[in-house]
Design a protein around this ligand. Sequence first.
Ligand code: SF4
Length: 238
Amino acid sequence: MDRSIRHDSVAHFHRDGHMIKPQDVPTKSGLETRQAALINLHTNLEACRRCTGMQGPPVHGPAVLSPVMLIGQAPGTREIEQGRPFCWTAGKTLFGWFAPLGLDEAAFRERVLISAVCRCFPGKNPKGGDRVPDRQEVESCRNWWGGELDLLRPRLIIPVGKLAIAQVMDFRLLNEVIGRQWSYRSPDGWESDIIPLPHPSGASTWFKMEPGRTLLRQALELIAMHPTWRAWMDQRGP
Ligand code: SF4
C-alpha cells in the first residue's frame, strides 16, 4: 500500500526511497502533514534493504518534528537489537554531554530528532570498532536523513563525528570545526546553524585529550546558547 502523502514544500518517499512527485499524492498542509510525512518516511525506512553489506533492520528514533536534528554515523549491534539509536555506550557518553545543558536522555529523545548517515549496522572493522560505511552505502542511505532534514528544516543541526559532519559541511580536521558555529544552506535555499560534535564512541580519544576536550566544551556551550535551545530552557520555567 502506498501510504505517501503530499506537501508542496517537503519531500516524500516511496518504500524504495525514491522521491514522490507532488502530482502523485493527495494534498494536506501544515504541521499535521509534516508529522504524517515523517512517520511515513520512517515506515518506509524500516523496510529498506538496499545495502547487501549492511545489517538491519534499519534504526530510527521517534518521529519528532523538532527544530533540532542530531545526525550520528550508524547504529551498532545493540542499537539494531533494541531498535533505538544511541542506546548503548556511545549513547551514555552523548546524553551525558547534553544533561548539564538541561535535557536528560529521556527529554532529549522526546525533543530532538535523532538521525544518522546510515541506518543499519556496517559490521566490525577488523582493526577494532565498527566499520565506517563506504561511499556507496552513505549515498544509498542519504535520502533517509536528507528526507528528515527537508521535513524538519531545523534551526540547529548537530552532526556527530566526522562522517556526519562531512555530509553537511566541508572540513578537513575536527580541530578546525568543533567549538564553533557554522551556517548551513540547503539546495533549495533555507538556512540553519551547524554545531558539530565529535563522535562519542569509546574508541575515540579525541574528546578526552586537549585540544579536543576544550573544543567539545566550547561546542556544548554554543548549543546551550543557541536561541532554539535557550527557548526550550526558558519554556521550562524556574
Ligand atoms: S544502510 Fe540505509 S540504505 Fe542501506 S539498507 Fe540500511 S537503511 Fe537502507
